[in-house]
Design a protein around this ligand. Structure first.
Ligand SMILES: Cc1ncc(COP(=O)(O)O)c(C=O)c1O
Length: 397
């Protein structure tokens, strides 16, 4: 982003009625990223939004509407509870990780009043990764007197859990098949970010993708051939994520692709497969204090020396907050003082003499990731045309 972009945002924020650390989303850039995503997506697959990476109802609504999807992937029970109160009868939620059985029970015992038409038994796919977990969900279904939908996690090479061979998968599917009054198979989930993250000398991207897809195909074959009673054309074969979404074209075993982070592109997503996406989220925080040198506790006599050692010590500042998983990006040259250390309250920054930064100006940072970082800012400021267009509440933890 250009200096002019941040200078203009600085003016907008200085004219705003409140000065606290805030999370900004540029809707014009988000729109561009949505277009890029649409052009990248395999048209034969459904798109599922990863809620933890865009953890804000208004932001999710915005993306759901533009991407014309009501499929979500959820990783946190409080988010699940908030969402089911708002979604309608066409929505579909797939859990992105297996929920402890107590958490699933808690969710059902504390279902929010819903007038939106969402059915929390029929429209949620619980992720199961072991035979033990399947048994627990069968028992829960019996206890609730409801049929639950189970999606089976398979290990396509990431080794973060899930069924890792055909024999284990058969045993799991057998259990589901034997308890069809209580549970139904809703599909498979195999997450594959390792495909683009492995160093080339260990395994090429092409090879890792092929191995992951072959295993996925084999697992589908096990259902089709060995458990035809569980096979339907409606099964969800979910996989991918921002890093690999681009790689799943017509020959992919997946019919359901999930992603979230690429739309706001935090720094951890500066990877070759996402080079067409642009950063759309920044943190902005006000400068509280400005000094003409760097004065550290017990090193008062070293002020001059510090200036000599590095020109960046010529000015020092304290900002509102600062200990975020994020990098300083504007003004250029601004750095956290490593001796003073980061503080969630007031962080000391340094900058060369020429850096034009004063009390009440804003400093801009780029988050490393969107999940969790967004939750640290109560409201997201949605920008359009460089102006604040809306304020969006983040999901409650
Ligand atoms: C199961 C699963 N699917 C998809 C994703 C992709 O999310 P994102 O696109 O935000 O990287 C993740 C991220 O952790 C995941 O765990």
């Amino acid at each position: 982003m250009t200096d002019a972009y941040f200078q203009q945002l600085n003016q907008v924020l200085k004219n705003y009625h409140r000065a606290v650390p805030c999370l900004l989303i540029d809707l014009d850039i988000l729109d561009k990223n949505i277009k890029t995503l649409q052009s990248n997506l395999n048209p034969n697959a459904a798109f599922r939004i990863v809620v933890k990476s865009l953890p804000c109802i208004d932001l999710l609504d915005y993306v759901m509407q533009k991407m014309a999807t009501k499929k979500l992937m959820v990783f946190h029970q409080p988010f699940l509870s908030s969402l089911v109160a708002r979604l309608d009868q066409d929505a579909d939620i797939l859990l992105g990780k297996p929920m402890p059985i107590k958490t699933a029970l808690y969710f059902y015992e504390n279902l929010p009043e819903t007038s939106s038409g969402f059915n929390s038994y029929k429209q949620v796919q619980w992720l199961v990764d072991t035979e033990q977990r399947i048994r627990e969900y069968i028992d829960l279904a019996k206890k609730l007197g409801q049929c639950l939908r189970l999606n089976v996690e398979i290990d396509v090479g990431l080794h973060r859990g899930g069924f890792k061979d055909k024999e284990a998968l058969k045993a799991g599917l057998k259990l589901i098949s034997q308890h069809k009054d209580h549970v139904s198979l809703s599909g498979l989930m195999g997450y594959d970010p390792h495909v683009v993250k492995l160093p080339r000398f260990i395994r090429s991207q092409k090879k890792a993708l092929q191995l992951a897809n072959d295993f996925y195909e084999n697992c589908k074959e096990v259902i089709r051939k060995k458990f035809p009673d569980l096979w339907t054309n409606e099964l969800t074969f979910n996989g991918a994520g921002s890093p690999t979404l681009n790689l799943h074209k017509n020959d992919s075993p997946l019919n359901d692709l999930s992603a979230g982070s690429c739309l706001v592109k935090p720094r951890a997503f500066d990877i070759p497969t996402l080079s067409d996406y642009e950063p759309a989220a920044y943190i902005a925080t006000p400068v509280l204090k400005h000094f003409k040198n760097t004065n550290l506790p017990a090193l008062e006599k070293m002020k001059g020396l510090l200036n000599l050692i590095s020109s960046v010590n010529r000015q020092s500042f304290f900002i509102y907050g600062g200990f975020w998983q994020a990098d300083y990006c504007y003004p250029k040259g601004v750095k956290q003082n490593s001796i003073f250390g980061a503080s969630t309250n007031q962080t000391m920054l340094n900058a060369p003499k020429t850096t034009p930064l004063y009390v009440d100006d804003f400093v801009f940072l780029r988050p490393h990731q969107s999940e969790f970082v967004f939750l640290q800012f109560g409201k997201i400021l949605a920008l359009r045309n460089g102006k604040i267009e809306d304020r969006w509440q983040v999901l409650k933890n």
